[in-house]
Design a protein around this ligand. Structure first.
Ligand code: BTN
Length: 238
């Protein structure tokens, strides 16, 4: 059965995630803005949101069962990368939920869980030039900079449809972390864990059933295995 959704297209909002916090609950309502005046990234960062240059989309759903809640980011990341891969086959995921192309970030995802709803926000750099993205903290790219021209409305519909599909999988316990791992070339790689002042190096062993990154630190006293939760830290692939 094809799941239904509704997309509202608006000119300008502060943030599409914030917009969905203010309106009455409606299952699978999406909002897409041409521009955001206060686009939000993860961990209190801003998200570049110039008019017409990106896709700024958020969707709202009822709350997932508690046992699957920690996998929400990962499942929506798989939904997003599977759409992006239609246009750029070498796109991949960086844990917990960024879409990258050749070491540059193309999409970011911000999942927020409130009392009565879950909101998933996806930002895709559509037509920024590399120059316009050069001031950002992490190297970034856009679909256009990778030679791909896509209609934002078409992309919004494809993303909304795929997000609804993965929401269904997640809520009935059918989302498997191995799907994420399939798109994430981090396993076996060395990463820098950026956690406040410390930034130790570690080797990625995998992702566990709760969505945490399992890493092995090479401490002075020997090897130590740790679980990293997405809210805590940022991870840089070396
Ligand atoms: C990140 O990588 O830090 C997450 C970025 C999420 C950006 C999107 S754009 C649509 C939605 N509205 C927001 O304010 N943020 C998300």
């Amino acid at each position: 059965m094809k799941e239904t959704f509704r997309i509202l297209f608006v000119d300008e909002v502060d943030s599409t995630n914030e917009y969905l916090k203010r309106v009455p609950f409606e299952e699978a309502l999406f909002v897409v803005a041409d521009r955001q005046t206060k686009g939000k990234g993860r961990r209190g960062k801003n998200w570049i949101s110039e008019k017409g240059k990106g896709l700024y989309l958020s969707g709202m759903f009822s709350l997932p069962p508690l046992s699957y809640r920690s996998l929400a980011s990962l499942s929506f990341a798989v939904a997003t990368v599977s759409v992006v891969k239609k246009y750029i086959s070498r796109a991949y995921l960086k844990w917990p939920n960024d879409v990258y192309v050749d070491g540059r970030k193309l999409c970011g995802i911000l999942v927020e869980v409130l009392k009565d709803r879950l909101i998933v926000g996806v930002g895709v750099n559509v037509s920024y030039s590399r120059d316009e993205l050069s001031h950002l903290e992490v190297p970034a790219t856009s679909l256009l900079a990778e030679g791909v021209s896509v209609d934002r409305k078409v992309l919004a519909e494809e993303l909304a449809e795929r997000i609804v599909l993965y929401k269904e999988k997640l809520y009935v316990g059918r989302f498997d972390v191995s799907e994420f791992e399939q798109f994430c070339p981090m396993v076996g790689k060395t990463v820098k864990i950026i956690d406040g002042k410390k930034s130790p190096l570690a080797r990625v062993l995998g992702i566990d059933r709760e969505g945490a990154l399992i890493v092995e630190f090479d401490d002075e006293g020997g090897r130590r295995v740790g679980r990293i939760f997405s809210a805590d830290v940022s991870v840089r692939i070396l």
